[in-house]
Design a protein around this ligand. Sequence first.
Ligand SMILES: [Ca+2]
Length: 357
Amino acid sequence: VWQEVVMRVASKWRAAPCSTVFMSLCAVLLALCAAPAYAQVSEDFYSFLTRLGGMARAQGVSQHTIDAVIPTLVFQSRVVDLDRAQPGGRPDAPIPKFAPYRWRHVDAQRIARGRNKYQLLRGNLARIENETGVPESIMIAIWGNETNYGAFTGNFDLARALASLAYEGRRRDLFTTEFIATLKLMDRGIPRETLRGSWAGATGLPQFLPSQYLLLGKDGDGDGRVDIWNNESDALASIANYFLAHGWRRGLPWAVAATAPANFNPSAYASNNIGQPCQKVMDRLSRYMPVHEWRALGVVPLGGKYINENEMASLIQPDGPGTPAWLTTSNYRAILSYNCSNFYGLSVGILSDAVEK
Ligand SMILES: [Ca+2]
């Protein structure tokens, strides 16, 4: 409030000619007005950083890394603004249509580039698929959806962004963990300049969080290093390893496209998963039923991909009756674990099918 008062007074003074007597006072007031909006909190930010450094030390981060990073950090209001602007804030916000999103995200160019990468990297991809059971085309489609095959991986300094988000506190535990993981990556010799990414800390070709790199990063080309920023095989092997850790089942399609009767009422088959993470996303999937039971209700898999009649599947028809529908398997849920959004999951699946053709 005081800042607003000062700004009002100062703007009036700016309009009026300042006498010599008031010149220095004007300068002080203008300097105050030019200070960033978060200047008020910066002192607390620095004591928070000291605490963060202590937590990192307790988790085994070297003093050398802590000293190299902590004193350089300045609060970044931009990432906090982006975090607060996240969708899902308004519970009554209408859900947009999937079709326009689909045509934007799985366009001819993204499919063509995916096929090209698929051909170029087949040697390593086939070996990784053989080891993990995660299809080559799913690895490619994640990569294509996350960063458009590495075209855009984000340019926020992870240390600064994550420290700022941790300080702001809405998801302090998450961002504190990721900040400390970032320092651990530096301890492993990954330079800070490499550790750039999205405002929320996703980094490299597969957009892993730093803790995910520590847990799931995988060497894909056999040189003993895990470089998810520059090495495509390492990035793809890490994606496959992520899915292996999140229950991917070999030989099972992510979904089969299906038709549903025009008068089909999906809400009669609503899921009853309560209290799981990203509930709103899961609520748009029906309950699990065997494929043959769906068939009996008139929901018919379209040809092209094999699915066992006893396989459990849940229906999603994002744009309602008369529009495309999919019977999704547990592998679809694995894709949602990567990024919990049905639009994302469907786009990855559709892109992977298109790349394979
Ligand atoms: Ca490697």
